[in-house]
Design a protein around this ligand. Structure first.
Ligand SMILES: Cc1ncc(COP(=O)(O)O)c(C=O)c1O
Length: 377
């Protein structure tokens, strides 16, 4: 057998693995206790029923290769956003699109910049190209756009900006982003990751602010690629469908890098149907809004300071090892995300907003394990 470590470049050997949230099956096998998963920001109401039906139907033709270009979905998305189809690229969720963007724009000698405590896929896709990955500190649990702008140099090609950010759930508003984009040189592209767009837009309506007008940047042909996904609001995380919106020429280059037949016919059918499911969408948003208020107030009553969320999860400092808290919660049948390792917040947890019943279960379990920990000190 070859010595593979000699064949695989150092930049690949040094990559951290992406560690997903623990699955319900794995947690239940470990504890023997029925588990609730609040670890991966999935939709607690399940998939859009219209999407589910469309996907069952599409399964009958799964022996045929899908439309490589997802033309119907692309058309529908273009019409919904008043863009040309050439401005859209459909991918198998937004994670592969992050990888495509990095592979297209980065390489040895170049760099990408983002904030600390942001999405853990950014360092992986950047470093796998041989480029340097730079992070700057946050300000008040939010992206510090001034610090990012100051870190840009002649070799910067990409800025990853998660808005809302995962894991802190915070946003930069539309006016702040406008000012930031005006400051960037022409050799820098912003990957504006709006995986949680729908939740933030819903909160923004309630809170009376302008959160994002990202699609305007695309209409103006700015150096911005907006990433959206069907994994969250539409509840299609396992189907794998997402898309990017950006300058037509750039999207054309990304299309060359995208693997052929990346988005299954089942996923395309599900995504198309989900776009018409206003009832599921509204129920999802209302559940999230009410769940956010309930969890934030419950955690505050216990003396914690969770960060105000603009998304479908809550970030909370727990003042001790988050892994230990996560392990104790698992014993109570609750899976959350300890923000250790690449997440960069070893004493903080992220909990996905669930159904009312799941949220109640989480708060009860959290109170129990934190009181037990305080008593043991
Ligand atoms: C900030 C952010 N971007 C992108 C994604 C990727 O989602 P998907 O690949 O399912 O579209 C996630 C998923 O959790 C995320 O949190």
């Amino acid at each position: 057998m070859s010595n593979f470590s000699e064949l695989v470049p150092e930049r690949i050997r040094a990559l951290p693995s992406y560690v997903p949230g623990k699955s319900i099956k794995q947690a239940e096998e470990e504890t023997g206790i029925k588990a609730v998963k609040l670890a991966s920001n999935e939709n607690p109401l399940g998939p859009s029923p219209l999407a589910e039906r469309a996907m069952e139907e599409a399964a009958h033709t799964i022996h045929l290769y899908p439309d490589n270009d997802a033309a119907e979905l692309k058309q529908r998305l273009a019409a919904a956003h008043s863009l040309d189809p050439e401005n859209i690229l459909v991918t198998a969720g937004s994670t592969p699109l992050l990888d495509i963007i990095a592979r297209t724009l980065l390489g040895p000698g170049l760099n990408a910049i983002t904030s600390e405590r942001s999405f853990i896929v950014y360092p992986i896709v950047t470093r796998s190209t041989g480029a340097e990955f730079r992070t700057v500190p946050m300000k008040d649990d939010t992206y510090d756009l001034d610090a990012i702008a100051a870190a840009v140099d002649a070799n910067t090609r990409l800025i990853f900006l998660a808005n809302p950010n995962n894991p802190t759930g915070t946003i930069v508003d539309a006016a702040a982003l406008d000012r930031f984009l005006d400051r960037l040189p022409d050799h820098v592209i912003v990957a504006l990751d709006e995986a949680y767009y729908d939740f933030a837009a819903y909160f923004a309506r309630e809170r009376g602010i302008e959160y994002s007008h990202s699609v305007d940047y695309v209409r103006q042909n700015r150096n911005v690629v907006v990433l959206r996904t069907f994994s969250k609001a539409q509840g299609l995380a396992a189907a794998r469908a997402g898309y990017g919106m950006g300058p037509a020429e750039l999207m054309g280059y990304f299309a060359r890098v995208r693997t052929a037949f990346m988005v299954s016919g089942v996923a395309q059918a599900g995504a198309l149907a989900a776009l018409t499911d206003h009832d599921h969408y509204e129920r999802t948003m209302r559940n999230n809004l009410e769940g956010a208020k309930y969890l934030l107030s419950g955690l505050r009553q216990m003396g914690y300071h969770p960060v105000e969320t603009w998304s479908n999860f809550i970030y909370c400092e727990v003042g001790e090892s988050a892994s230990a808290v996560g392990a104790r919660l698992q014993q109570e049948g609750i899976i959350i995300r300890p923000l250790t390792g690449s997440w960069g917040a070893p004493t903080a947890i992220r909990v996905t907003i669930g159904t009312r019943q799941e949220n109640e279960r989480f708060l009860l379990a959290f109170k129990k394990v934190m009181q037990a920990s305080a008593a043991a000190k």
